[in-house]
Design a protein around this ligand. Structure first.
Ligand code: GDP
Length: 200
């Protein structure tokens, strides 16, 4: 499973402006600062690809990257800016939720969770919202190189606590992968996971 070609296709301000074709999409979502840009760069191995606007409160866009001319990585606006006003949070919910609920080509959401901090309410809320709306998701734990005791090999208490909290809402727990954009942990596993989901 290799990424040979990455093409930035477009930035969309609204769900209805997103590309309309049959290609499968994998949306990447997470709290601001979770390590989303780093992960996308590590996945595609290009520094300049994830050009998302990084300033809290600035207009956030849905970015489509076409991979190997066959599937999309969709970079969604981060949520939970510490400094964002309530209205900025509302913007996130209305337009990003619109994307999730109306995309037939969306195969799965890769929900990024920072493994270096204890479970955050906003991440749990997001996971539960996606679950309630039957949107398939995979938990991608980021920054696993910062985990206590063992350099990202075994899930530590932050990951276990997150899973325990979120697991109360699922009969079948979503797939999960531990990653680090610094050590490259989980990169191949994540690409394999994506290719398996695409072949369903
Ligand atoms: P984004 O706002 O979600 O796009 O997050 P960034 O990719 O910009 O990363 C936010 C911060 O976390 C930056 O300071 C990164 O250097 C750091 N970071 C991102 N990924 C990792 C990782 O895998 N390990 C560690 N230790 N730090 C990371």
């Amino acid at each position: 499973v290799q990424i040979k070609e990455v093409e930035f296709v477009k930035s969309s301000a609204r769900a209805k402006d997103c590309p309309r074709d049959e290609r499968p999409e994998f949306a990447i979502l997470g709290r601001s600062n979770v390590g989303k840009s780093s992960l996308i760069n590590a996945l595609v191995r290009k520094k300049e690809v994830a050009l998302t606007s990084k300033k809290p409160g600035k207009t956030q866009l849905i970015n489509h990257f076409l991979i190997n001319k066959s599937w999309y990585i969709v970079d969604l606006p981060g949520y939970g800016f510490a400094k964002a006003s309530d209205s900025a949070r509302m913007d996130w919910s209305s337009f990003t939720k619109g994307f999730f609920l109306n995309r037939e080509t969306l195969v799965a959401v890769l929900l990024l969770i920072d493994a270096s901090v204890p479970p955050q309410k906003i991440d749990l809320d997001c996971a539960n919202w996606l679950g309630r709306n039957n949107i398939p998701m995979t938990f991608v734990f980021t920054k696993c190189d910062k985990m206590k005791g063992g350099k990202g090999k075994r899930p530590d208490e932050n990951i276990r606590n997150f899973q325990e909290l979120v697991g109360q809402h699922y009969r079948v727990y979503p797939p999960w992968i531990m990653t680090s954009s610094i050590t490259g942990l989980g990169r191949d596993e994540l690409l394999l996971h994506i290719s398996q989901l695409r072949n369903y």
